[in-house]
Design a protein around this ligand. Structure first.
Ligand code: S3P
Length: 421
């Protein structure tokens, strides 16, 4: 599996803030991560990819980001936008963020609110959307912020702003979300503590921090592996090993849910890579059964619901998902878009406000989309999920646009052809 997208973004950002040379291997070279690299270059970092695939970053130091000359084009990437807004907020610079049609529909108010409390100011398109101009300032004031939505991007934006803020910036997380920022900030030498009080996590970062350059190996992306895991579970006769899959517990919910459905997924050669748990996954075709997915697991598989819906469409019985409101503000409205896409392919799907209820075929292939092209709405995960659905359909699935796949998984098509062969 190619490198984890979340960890790749963060390694470029923190490397760009550490004085000295950070080396990164296994970086995901997808468009989203390249948007982050371009933005960090525009703010003064020297970032070069060697012929051997190692990325070398010479950072400017916390507090020393430069004002970019032109607007920062974030493409399709919500993670780049929201995390970089955090970084810019506590620097005395102004930056304008722009993005594609999908990103320009996504809510930025969730980061504008805490960063405004710290002292940054914003001008945005109506509804707190891109294009958006952020005037950072220094010094800003440390805040204590309780996350109103379970979002690692919002958490990370506040923590990254806290890096260049004198005093202690705290984020209270009632529901745990992916903790890559916390792990990597510590790895770079920031003083960061995590406490659990009444089930909530309180993350405190001490600024102003000085970061030390690191040598990082990025583990493989579990969100990318999920497409192949579901493909192997669904296609009769499959016996697949997916190498190098990050299994951080805040990310690995999909494999747990697929096992609850009866999926054979074994972890082979467990190890640690870049401070994160990693294993190879051995997956065999399995007869899946529908389940009620516990909403408590949602944050640890928030990006994997589109492909879980595909698995549910072939399972025996009913799968019910709830608590998925956040899916409506991802690269597309993943509840409505997947309901439409799977229905067009012949699955039995009922859309509810906070999830889907899916009546599976019990292993029978879907019909496929003979006359209707699936609309992917610039959403890579819709495209890849429906490609997996195509593998288990009679007539195949046709999608309108494969280009978005390159945002997170440029090698997807080649690997899928190989695995399918
Ligand atoms: C991410 C956090 C999640 C996830 C996204 C990557 C991150 O977004 O959907 O793909 O790297 O922090 P939210 O914070 O909006 O849940």
């Amino acid at each position: 599996m190619p490198g984890d997208k979340s960890i790749s973004h963060r390694s470029l950002m923190l490397g760009a803030l550490a004085v000295g040379e950070t080396q990164v291997t296994g970086l995901l070279e997808g468009e989203d991560v390249l948007s982050t690299a371009a933005a960090m270059r525009a703010m003064g970092a020297d970032i070069v990819r060697g012929d051997d695939g190692t990325w070398r970053i010479h950072g400017v130091g916390v507090g020393s980001l430069l004002q970019p000359d032109a607007a920062l084009d974030m493409g399709n990437s919500g993670t780049s936008t929201r995390l970089l807004m955090g970084l810019v907020a506590s620097h005395p610079i102004t930056a304008t963020f722009t993005g594609d049609a999908s990103l320009s529909k996504r809510p930025m108010g969730r980061v504008i609110t805490p960063l405004s409390q710290m002292g940054a100011s914003f001008e945005s398109a109506p509804g707190g959307r891109l294009p958006l101009t952020l005037r950072g300032s220094s010094p800003v004031v440390p805040i204590e912020y309780r996350l109103p939505v379970a979002s690692a991007q919002v958490k990370s934006a506040v923590l990254l702003a806290g890096l260049n803020t004198a005093g202690i910036t705290r984020v209270i997380e009632p529901v745990p979300t992916r903790d890559h920022s916390e792990r990597m900030l510590r790895g770079f030498g920031a003083e960061l503590s995590v406490e659990e009080v009444d089930g909530a996590r309180i993350i405190a970062i001490h600024g102003e921090a000085e970061l030390r350059p690191q040598t990082i190996t990025v583990p493989g992306d579990p969100s990318s592996a999920a497409f192949f895991a579901v493909a192997a579970l669904l296609v009769p006769g499959s016996d697949l090993i997916i190498e190098n899959v990050g299994l951080n517990p805040t990310r690995a919910g999909i494999f747990e849910v697929l096992r609850q459905m009866g999926g054979h997924i074994a972890e082979v050669n467990p190890r640690e890579v870049g401070g994160e748990p990693v294993a190879d996954l051995h997956i065999k075709h399995s007869d899946l059964s529908g389940i009620e997915v516990d909403p408590a697991i949602v944050p640890s598989m928030v990006d994997e619901f589109p492909v879980l819906f595909v698995a549910a469409s072939l399972a025996k019985g009913t799968t019910t998902t709830t608590g998925l409101e956040e899916l409506r503000v991802k690269e597309s409205d993943r509840i409505t878009v997947m309901a439409q896409a799977l229905s067009a392919a012949g699955a039995r799907v009922e859309e509810r406000e906070d999830g889907l209820v899916i009546e599976g075929t019990g292993g029978e292939p879907l019909r496929g989309t003979a006359n209707a092209r699936v609309k992917t709405h610039l959403d890579h995960r819709i495209a890849m999920s429906m490609a997996v659905a195509g593998l288990v359909s009679q007539d195949g699935v046709e999608i309108d646009d494969t280009a978005p796949i390159a945002t997170s998984f440029p090698t997807f098509e080649g690997l899928l052809k190989e695995a399918a062969a």
